[in-house]
Design a protein around this ligand. Structure first.
Ligand SMILES: [Zn+2]
Length: 418
């Protein structure tokens, strides 16, 4: 008998997502590897075994029993695309959009991304930390046990470093895994609008080398879109990022197919995100290069878009799809991966099983953490949620409230509804 910290028993089902340890597409996204009459033995935050309850009881001696009370257990949600560090929320712009005001009109009224940039430049690190801390706590309440977090509301060397230091402090103080991304190429700051090349030079010669020197980010991300960074500018910045040893993620083909997906393939990006207008060629190029498509249906929903990324075409073409919240103050103030699943089903036609795979295992692949979490398997982290629901389809079906009753990260209870 091996002694373990605890055994979780009496679950209605354990949705393990056990399978190949690489990003899934096609039929594999519907295979959830559901176990009934099963229990999990957990020690030091790691899953020692998941098996038939009798087998677990025969082989392991727990210090404690945890009764799952007939809930469904699934892996903690992984949110591979968030912008949680900023000062003020921008619900005033939400109202302006409803009145039919355009992006340009909102910008002229002092809104848009530039208002977030001005506020971040003026804020101190502790204040930014406190705000982001509270936002990430709400994500945890919704079952998220790992996120990717970007800079990109500073757009000067000093304020981008400040944002990344806030993310570093969040990594230390929050109970979930936070993966850090430098996104100085989120926009062109106002003072460089008439001299884009000078800002690109600043990114290349000063900001990225300094971020690397201080080891503040694992990835570099860029907003590749007709009105932001074009393909040539993006290629130049990303080549330098790679040379410095950063891994690549991209905001690509959100509104227009300008070849962002193809560039993601060329650069060997880990993930290309948005892809609302991605072409067939882009889908094939990403699939062949092993890039993950991270789709953000919350953003298109919030912007009242009529068209969404072609998730089903991507999945059937063999391109693995992940989903994320895109939590940010402007286009998408969404902290629940459960609602991202709802939109994936209702607006992109994904099955509940595909949406769950996209929100857990494939999302872990999109931040290269699939060896540690995203599925519930022997030797992986005990990162899981308990849901008081009849079946997994209930998550996207029952939207607008939280279906998660308990959240565990590395074996520790980090949220309980009661
Ligand atoms: Zn984004």
């Amino acid at each position: 008998m091996q002694t373990v910290d605890y055994i979780v028993h009496n679950a209605k089902e354990i949705i393990t997502l056990k399978g190949d340890n690489k990003a899934r597409s096609g039929k594999a996204m519907n295979e959830l590897s559901i176990m009934k009459n099963s229990a999990m033995a957990i020690k030091d935050g790691i899953i020692i075994n998941i098996d038939n309850t009798d087998t677990i009881k025969q082989n392991y001696l727990p210090l404690q029993w945890i009764d799952a009370e007939n809930t469904i257990i699934c892996p903690g949600f992984v949110d591979p695309h968030t912008h949680p560090v900023f000062v003020h929320t921008r619900e005033n712009e939400f109202e302006m959009r409803l009145q039919g005001k355009s992006y340009v009109e909102i910008s002229k009224a002092g809104g848009g991304i530039l208002s977030s940039i001005n506020a971040v430049r003026e804020a101190d690190e502790d204040y930014l930390f406190e705000l982001a801390y509270n936002r990430i706590n709400r994500m945890i309440e919704c079952g998220t046990t790992a996120i990717e977090a970007k800079s990109g509301y500073g757009l000067s060397t000093e304020s981008e470093l400040k944002m990344l230091k806030v993310i570093k402090k969040l990594q230390e103080f929050m109970p979930i895994e936070i993966v850090s991304t430098f996104m100085g190429a989120h926009e062109f700051p106002l003072e460089y609008r008439n001299n884009r090349q000078a800002y690109i030079d600043l990114l290349i010669n000063e900001m990225m080398p300094e971020v690397k020197r201080q080891n503040l980010a694992e990835y570099v991300d860029i907003f590749t879109e007709a009105h932001v960074y074009n393909i040539e500018e993006s290629r130049k910045i990303l080549l330098k990022a790679k040379e410095l040893g950063f891994k690549i993620r991209m905001h690509a083909d959100e509104i227009e197919a300008i070849g962002g997906a193809e560039l993601a393939a060329e650069m060997g990006a880990v993930s290309a995100d948005h892809l609302g207008a991605c072409s067939d060629e882009g889908i094939k190029a990403m699939r062949d290069a092993g890039v993950i498509a991270t789709l953000l249906p919350g953003t298109l929903f919030s912007l009242r878009s009529k068209s969404y990324a072609r998730a089903k075409d991507m999945i059937s073409a063999g391109l693995p799809v992940a989903i994320a919240s895109d939590y940010n103050p402007g286009s998408c103030n969404l902290d629940s991966m459960q609602f991202a699943m709802t939109l994936s089903c209702l607006q992109m036609g994904m099955t509940p099983a595909e949406a769950l795979t996209a929100a857990t295992f494939n999302a872990a692949c999109a931040i290269e953490r699939q060896d540690f979490f995203g599925s519930l398997e022997k030797d992986k982290n005990a990162d899981f949620v308990m849901l008081d629901i009849p079946s997994i389809a209930f998550i996207p079906y029952h939207f607008g409230s939280n279906n998660v009753s308990k959240v565990y990260k590395l074996g520790e209870l980090i949220f309980s509804r009661d």
